[in-house]
Design a protein around this ligand. Structure first.
Ligand code: 13P
Ligand code: SF4
Length: 351
């Protein structure tokens, strides 16, 4: 990275000292990750943000929904900054509050809402987390989806899972023993979600039609192709991948699980990893004694994660040094209160 920008970021961080805490998601660029005080997946970063009451400013190198969660979990005196406001998440954008309220109305008219517990993946807007908190549900991440879904299913007899159909289906079918027929896909662009009343009555898991544009790109062909090219390879994927990809893989787990697994792997072993490319490249560089490759032949970063680059980080830090808070992310008090209920429920899940 540009040595001048590196020097400026270093100087700005030093000038701010303990007043600033920089969080970096594992999918961030190397040039940004080098300035993170802590790196993690979305679950770890949410906990880290909540554990830093002394930091006046949390600079979140990640995407918008993560910065919102940090604002919800930190005190009113702390200010959360997202270095580029264009760092959104296409999956989170696939579930808008009016669409989810509409789905809830459909369930209410059928007399099903009171027996349905909503669960939202961390990768959703604060509005959606607020909706879930208001309706007795819970937030989950890819590290605790099974525990969250089991809890929710025990509370009701039906779960509405937002917004990632793949994480919902993979968890329900591969970890909880549900059948594919127990799951239905609710399409927010169709009246009634494109489902009949009978389908909604019968379903145990109502999966929202959302997906991650990065993990959704891996296909069964990617898995078959790498197995042919690299005999003995172990295929390790994130649960945001499609169901047939996860089924064909050897191992599945959250970003933190992927990192732990690679770290523990023996020298000489070969791994095809189905997750974001910045992370896979860093893992390959950190473990030259292992053969670590990207599951797809095509290059594929998360374009919105990549919006946070060193120029934006330097700008945000230097503005803080100058006494100006730019790109502050705030969640209104009412939404934050209810979202916090759903986040606290996640943090209190047993196990
Ligand atoms: P985790 O950080 O929970 O592994 O989620 C992956 C992801 O897509 C984050 O945007
Ligand atoms: Fe959203 Fe997928 Fe990018 Fe994560 S990797 S921020 S889920 S688009």
């Amino acid at each position: 990275s540009d040595p001048d920008l590196v020097a400026r970021a270093t100087a700005a961080k030093a000038a701010l000292g303990d007043r600033v805490f920089v969080l970096g998601h594992h999918y961030q660029r190397d040039e940004v990750i080098q300035f993170a005080d802590v790196t993690g997946d979305s679950f770890k970063l949410a906990r880290e943000a909540a554990a830093r009451p002394q930091a006046e400013f949390i600079v979140f190198c990640g995407v918008h929904f993560m910065a919102e969660s940090a604002d919800i979990l930190t005190s009113d005196a702390q200010q959360v900054v997202l270095p580029d406001l264009a760092a959104g998440c296409s999956m989170a954008d696939m579930a808008a509050l009016p669409q989810v309220e509409n789905a809830w109305d459909v369930l209410t008219e059928l007399g099903l809402a009171e027996r349905t517990v909503p669960v939202t993946y961390m990768n959703s807007s604060a509005d959606i987390k607020g909706f879930v908190g208001r309706n007795g549900g819970v937030v989950c991440t890819s590290s605790n989806a099974k525990r969250a879904l089991e809890w929710a299913y025990q509370q009701g007899e039906k779960v509405l899972f937002l917004p990632d159909q793949h994480l919902g289906r993979n968890t329900a079918v591969l970890e909880m023993g549900f059948s594919l027929d127990d799951c239905v896909l609710y399409d927010p662009h169709k009246p009634g979600g494109g489902l009949t009343a009978e389908q909604l009555r019968e379903a145990k898991m109502i999966l929202w039609r959302g997906h991650c544009s990065v993990h959704g790109r891996f296909t069964l062909d990617s898995v078959n192709d790498v197995r042919q090219r690299v005999p003995g390879v172990t295929v390790l994927v994130h649960p945001e991948c499609r169901h047939e990809v996860v089924r064909a893989a050897d191992l599945v787990g959250s970003t933190e699980y992927i990192i732990r697994t690679i770290e523990a792997a023996p020298a000489g072993s070969a791994w095809a990893v189905g997750t974001e490319l910045n992370l896979v490249r860093r893992l390959a560089l950190a473990h030259p004694d292992k053969q670590i490759m990207f599951l797809d032949r095509a290059v594929c970063y998360c374009s919105t994660m990549n919006r946070i680059d060193l120029p934006h980080l330097v700008w945000a830090l230097e503005e803080l040094v100058a006494g100006r808070v730019v790109n502050r992310i705030t969640v209104d008090a009412d939404t934050a209160h209810h979202a916090r209920v759903a986040l606290d429920q996640m943090l209190a899940l047993p196990g």
